[in-house]
Design a protein around this ligand. Structure first.
Ligand code: SF4
Ligand code: SF4
Length: 466
């Protein structure tokens, strides 16, 4: 593996690369190198399974999220079908049997790539989940929604869907009614379930607590077979504190338990944020368990509650897949003390960092003006977490940090896609499940970067993008 790919895989490309260019090799890079060298092959036949209490499906605790597929080149929609096939084969060989996609993932190409990879296996070897992603008004009529549903079957090359979700509900009752009730589509999906073409019907949730309560209370009528929620050790108690629109995972999970509805977990790593912790936190976790990756703590956390059916992970590279398999082949449940350590000691310190809470879901993309929103936020957060964010041109380390920030940004985000190309049209903002004020944050970062370029950054001008 070449160095460029290695850095990409371990998500330390921005800061680490820049710091190498400035003659300073970061600790993050060193620990990632060690982690890669030490990676062992996951065992076959050891996957932990959970039984869906409603359908009886025996589902692998690791679910494959097909939303961050590998591409052949830096061009992100140039998807590498051979590699996708290989990774899907490897996952199935190691016991993974749940694959989650959507018509909108990977610029609309995920379902097709998933269908090609899975259709090479016996239909009984896998469960496939996809979604009614009728976000755009042009897809919300009954006819357009039914067409989206039928097209999913065609792309996936299946004549039934195992797990079908109303995609990302939670924005409001009005929106829910418009997308699913007024057009009669939920009644249609119920009939499809009765006919066996949908085996399990549920919804994925991001948004307001009142909407979650309301939709869950519809269980009497719709009999939700599963619900997909965001759960990780940061969101367990702090989701609402970080963003008042979000609901703590502890509440969501416990409500589902009351209804005996199994939980499918998304964002166990919060878009990679819990794998790329600040160095002092990563070191602390590695000291507690030197054999395992930092990410494995988050996977063990998400997989420990018994009401969890499967934990989705968007695994772009084989190394991600192997590392996640190690966490669940078999699962070593966390002890109560370990759970509390993550939920309190670790989570509280992460909250204190005040990052932009972007989890790289890409729901805000594409920006009509070409801005790569998540890449900009991720670079900013990484520099901040590593303590490499320049603050004042009078600081001793300022010039080195300034150079590292700008070089790292140019490597990760092409110039035409950087924050200064945001015109503030606001089209992206309603799509963000984290409720980030995207144009405002981009403007702050743009001002910050401009001050770095002009070499005029001083502490009173310091721009905290939060
Ligand atoms: S507000 Fe900025 S980033 Fe968002 S869609 Fe408009 S130009 Fe793109
Ligand atoms: S800004 Fe929001 S929508 Fe865009 S990638 Fe980040 S979390 Fe997702």
């Amino acid at each position: 593996m070449d160095r460029r790919k290695f850095l990409k895989i371990f998500g330390c490309g921005t800061v680490a690369t820049a710091s190498v260019l400035t003659g300073c090799k970061s600790k993050t890079e060193n620990s990632a190198v060690e982690e890669y060298k030490q990676q062992v092959e996951p065992p076959v036949g050891k996957m932990t399974y959970r039984t869906n209490p409603i359908s009886g499906d025996k589902v692998s605790l690791l679910g494959y999220g097909m939303m961050r597929l590998p591409s052949k080149t830096e061009n992100k929609d140039d998807y590498d079908q051979d590699m996708i096939n290989r990774q899907v084969d490897y996952a199935i060989e190691h016991g993974v049997n749940y694959f989650d996609t959507s018509p909108v993932y990977c610029q609309g190409k995920s379902e097709g790539c998933t269908g090609i990879a899975l259709s090479r296996h016996k239909r009984s070897e896998y469960f496939v989940a996809t979604k009614l992603s009728n976000f755009h008004p042009s897809t919300q009529s009954r006819e357009a929604s039914i067409q989206m549903y039928r097209n999913s079957m065609k792309e996936l090359q299946v004549d039934y869907i195992d797990y079908y979700l109303l995609h990302s509900v939670g924005g409001g009752t009005e929106e829910f009614n418009r997308r699913y009730i007024d057009n009669g589509i939920l009644d249609f999906l119920m009939k499809e379930r009765e006919a066996g073409r949908i085996r399990n019907l549920g919804f994925s949730f991001h948004g307001y607590k009142s909407v979650f309560d309301e939709i869950l209370a519809m269980n009497d009528k719709y009999h939700w077979d599963f619900v997909q929620i965001e759960l990780n050790y940061l969101d367990w108690d702090f989701a609402n504190e970080i963003n008042s629109r979000n609901v703590d995972a502890s509440y969501l999970y416990n409500e589902l338990q009351k209804y005996h509805i199994p939980a499918v977990i998304m964002e166990p790593l919060l878009g990679g944020r819990l794998a790329n912790l600040p160095q002092y936190l990563a070191t602390e976790l590695k000291t507690r368990n030197p054999e395992r990756s930092v990410a494995s703590w988050a996977f063990r956390y998400a997989g420990t509650p018994q009401g969890v059916l499967t934990v989705l992970s968007g695994m772009t590279y084989m190394e991600h897949l192997k590392d996640n398999l190690l966490s669940y082949c078999p699962l070593q449940p966390l002890t109560k003390a370990e759970q509390q350590y993550l939920e309190h000691d670790v989570a509280e310190r992460i909250v204190g960092l005040e990052n932009i809470p972007c989890n790289d879901c890409k729901y805000c993309m594409p920006c009509p003006y070409g801005v790569d929103i998540p890449a900009i936020f991720i670079h900013y957060n990484k520099c901040k977490n590593e303590g490499l964010l320049p603050h004042d041109r009078g600081d001793k380390e300022y010039q080195e940090q300034r150079r590292a920030y700008l070089i790292g940004q140019d490597r990760k985000v092409p110039k035409l896609r950087q924050a200064d190309h945001c015109i503030g049209c606001g089209q992206c903002e309603p799509h963000c499940p984290q409720n980030i004020h995207i144009p405002r944050e981009l403007r702050k970062i743009s001002d910050f970067v401009e001050a770095l370029r002009q070499d005029t950054l001083t502490r009173p001008q310091e721009t905290e993008a939060k």
